[in-house]
Design a protein around this ligand. Sequence first.
Ligand SMILES: NC(=O)c1ccc[n+]([C@@H]2O[C@H](COP(=O)([O-])OP(=O)(O)OC[C@H]3O[C@@H](n4cnc5c(N)ncnc54)[C@H](O)[C@@H]3O)[C@@H](O)[C@H]2O)c1
Length: 586
Amino acid sequence: MTPSRFVTSGDVQLALYTWGEPAGRPTLLLVHGYPDSAHVWQAVAEQLSVDHYVVAYDVRGAGNSTRPERTADYALPLLVRDMEAVLDAVAPHQKVHLVAHDWGSIQSWEVVCDERLEQRFASFTSMSGPCLDHVGHWLRDRLRAGSRHDLGLLASQVSHSWYIGMFQLPGLAPTIFRVAGDAFQRRLAAREGLTAAPPSPTFALDGRYGVNLYRANVTERLRQPAVRRTGLPVHLLCSREDHYMVPEIWDSLTEWAPNVYRSEVDSTHWLQLVQPAEVVRHVRAFVRHVDGQGQSPLSMERARRYAHGGRAPTGSQRGKLVLVTGAGSGFGRETALLFAREGADIVAVDLHADTAKETARRCQQLGRSAWSRQVDVGDPAAMHALAEWVHQQLGAPDVVVNNAGIGLAGSFFDTTDADWDRLLRVNLGGVILGSRLFGQQMKDAKKPGHIVNVASMAAYTPSRTVAAYATTKAAVRMLSDCLRAELADDGVHVSTICPGFSITNITQTTRFVGRTAAQEVEQQQKATRLYQRRNLLPATIAQAILDAVEHRRDDVPVGSEAHGARWLARLSPALLRRLARVDLGA
Ligand SMILES: NC(=O)c1ccc[n+]([C@@H]2O[C@H](COP(=O)([O-])OP(=O)(O)OC[C@H]3O[C@@H](n4cnc5c(N)ncnc54)[C@H](O)[C@@H]3O)[C@@H](O)[C@H]2O)c1
C-alpha cells in the first residue's frame, strides 16, 4: 500500500492512506494495533469505501511512519497527539467514526475518554484492545473480590498476557524480531489462521519498534489506573477465539461506557483479516445506527441487549446466532432452548407462527435475544425471503439446524403424487434450501459455521412401510455427506442427525396413506403409544445436535435402535434388506 500523504505530529511523520470520496459520506478512521500496520485494514477499507470515506494511518513505529528510537516516544499522550494531528488533516470540522484494533483500540480509548477529544467522534468500534485503566480496575476488582471464580479469571487473563511480561525485558523482543522476524510471522499466521494475508509487510520492524508501546505504558497504567469514561456510542467486537484476552474483561464496561453495544465474531485475534466481511457488516450497521440513517438492523438491538444483560453468557455457544427450522415443537423447540441456555441467540422458524413465537419467548426468558418467523421451509420464495431477512437484520447465522419435517407411512402404491410432492418439498427441499441459502451466507462471511441436517434412522434402514419418508431421509443424509466435502475448504461443517423413535408431536401428524380417516387416527395413536414406551426424549436429540456442533461430528445416530441400524447397515446390508420386508404397520 502506498501512502496518499504524510501528516506531521511533532518530530514524527505519519503515513496516511485513504479510500473512497469524502463528500457527503461518513468518515471512518481506522487505527491498527501491534505488531502490524495500516496494511491490516486493506480488505475492510476497500469494502467500506463503497459508502464511506475511509482513512487509516501507520502509527509511530509502524509501516511507513517515522520509527522513534526512544521508549519514551511511545507514551500514550504522544499517540493521542498523533491521532489529533490526523483528525486535523482529514476531518477538521466533522465528527468521524473511529474503528480500532488491539493497540490501536487501547490508544483510542485514551482519546474517546478525553472530554475535549471525545467531541470529535460520532462513535467508536473497539476490537480486542481495552482501555489500560479499565483493565487496571478490573484486575484490582478481581483481587479484591478474591473468590475462586475471580482469582481464576485473573489467573486466566495473566496466562493470556504472558508476553507482556516478556516485552518488559530490555532488548529481548527487539532481538527476536530482528533475528527471527519472518519465522515468527509465519508461526503467528498459522496460529491465528491468517491464510489470506500477513498482518503487515513490515512485520519484523513493526514488532521491533512497537514493543515500546508496552514498555512505555503498561506497568504504570495497571499499577495506578485512572477513572476514564466516555459517553460515546461504543461497539465492542469481541473475537471468540482471542488468544490474548478473556471475554470477562469486558463484562463491567457499562460502568465506563454506558452507551455500549457488544457483538461476538467467531474469529481469532485479527478479525479484520480472518473475517473482513463480518467486520464490514458490523461497522456499517453501527455507523448507520448512530447516524440515524434508516431503520437500524436487529443486530444492533441484539448487541445492545448483549452488552447490558449483566454478565455475558458463558455457555459453549456464547454470542452465536442459531437458526432452527421446525422450532415450534419436538426436537426443534428443545434444540432452540438448549442452544439458548448455552448462550446463543435464536431465530425460531416454523410453519406455525404461534408455536415459533412461543419458542422465541422461552428463549428470551433465558436471557437471550430471539425472534420467530413463520415460514414454510418447502416454499422456495418464503425461504429466500427468510434468508434475505436474516442477512439484512442479523448477518449470517453461525449454526443452522434444518430440522423441520413431516412423517408419512404406508405402501408405495398408496402414496399419491401430491403426497410425494409435499414430503419431498418439506423433508428434502427444506433441507436443500436451508443448506444452500445459509451455507452461501456462511461462505460469503467466511464464517466457520455449522449446518445440522436432521434426517432419521430411516436413512439407514429400508422398509416396505416408509418408502417415501425413508427416501427423503436417506437423501438428506447423502446431501449432507456431499455438502460436507464441498464446504470443508470454507471451514463450514455439516452434520447429519439420525434419531430413532422419539416421542414428539410427529406421531400425531404423520400421514398413514391407504387408510380411512378412522384407521389413520388409530395408527397415529398406536405409534404414539409405541414411541411413549420407547421414551427417547427430544431433549436427548437436542443434546446430540449440540454435541455434533461442539465436536464437529459427521453422522450422528441417536438412540440404541439408530446405533443398531447403522451398525447393521455396515455389517450386513443384506440382512437389513430382508428385515425391510417386515410389515411394521400390520
Ligand atoms: N420424532 C421422531 O421419532 C423422529 C425420528 C427421526 C427423525 N425425526 C425428524 O425430526 C424432525 C423433527 O421432528 P419432531 O419429531 O420434532 O416432530 P414435531 O412434529 O414435533 O416437530 C416438527 C415441527 O416442524 C414444523 N414443520 C412441519 N412442516 C413444516 C414446514 N413445511 N415448514 C416449517 N416448519 C414445519 C412443525 O410445525 C413442527 O413444529 C423431522 O424432520 C422428523 O422427520 C423425528
